[in-house]
Design a protein. Structure first.
Length: 241
């Protein structure tokens, strides 16, 4: 279920169905019967629509990847980067253990949830990085996500502002142009206004969050290797916080 895209880098699409099968297989010996039952359309609809069942499948698939080991006992994956869905679904996943443990305090499901909590809530093992654009609505959603992560006890590594416009202006130039009456008629006016708006949102973040904030420049060259470009940018990124 994984695909190698470069040396030492694989991608994998987390599957709720795969998680359901693997979890049930860890409890029941009849794997063929489990697979056949999960092919039932009615059961699939139930598992994907019933509260928390879909997230349970995703959760188990993730934990399985986290725990995977080689024959010599070493972990298969040195690092796992989980690309989370939109804010609401992401918080449904991170808050899953606490919610279900209130309903199911014992048994194999509770054991799995506590094991997942031990990974997700340990700052030595896990750090969430929130990615946003430096625009008003995305920043508002990022702040909502940061608050939700805090409530579900997920450690936050920091916040990444993506696709920042390159700033050719010095601070003095920006200041002098702020009150220039004809600035919107000049060449570069749109870039100037974009940089102003981004500056307002960056300052908003500085005031409201206490985690590191780093910025990534907009990559307009489609001929570059985006993985290498992003890795280089992240390594060289300066803190905006």
């Amino acid at each position: 279920m994984t695909r190698t895209i470069s040396p030492r880098l694989e991608i994998c699409l987390l599957s709720s169905r795969h998680g359901h099968i693997r979890f049930l297989s860890s409890l029941l010996p009849a794997k063929a019967l489990i697979t056949a039952a999960l092919k039932s359309r009615a059961l699939q609809v139930f598992l994907n629509s019933a509260p928390s069942f879909f997230e349970m499948g995703i959760f188990y698939h993730f934990i399985e990847l986290f725990k995977a080991k080689e024959r010599d006992g070493s972990y298969t994956h040195e690092m796992i980067i989980l690309d989370m869905p939109a804010t609401g679904h992401a918080l449904a996943l991170t808050g899953l253990p606490e919610i279900l443990l209130r309903l199911i305090p014992g048994g194999p499901i509770a054991k799995l949830l506590r094991e997942g909590q031990s990974y997700l809530n340990d700052p030595n093992l896990c750090a969430a990085w929130v990615v946003s654009l430096a625009e008003q609505l995305p920043i508002s959603e990022a702040l909502e996500l940061l608050e939700g992560l805090n409530k579900t006890n997920v450690p936050v590594g920091g916040l990444v502002l993506n696709r920042l416009e390159p700033n050719p202006f010095s601070d003095a130039e920006l200041k002098s142009l702020e009150d220039f009456p004809e600035v919107d008629t000049l060449l570069g006016a749109r870039l100037f206004r974009n940089i102003q708006r981004m500056g307002v949102q960056i300052e908003r973040l500085r005031q409201e969050v206490k985690v590191p904030i780093i910025g990534l420049k907009d990559c307009k060259d489609t001929n570059t290797n985006l993985f290498e470009t992003l890795a280089t940018e992240l390594a060289a990124a300066e803190s905006l916080g």
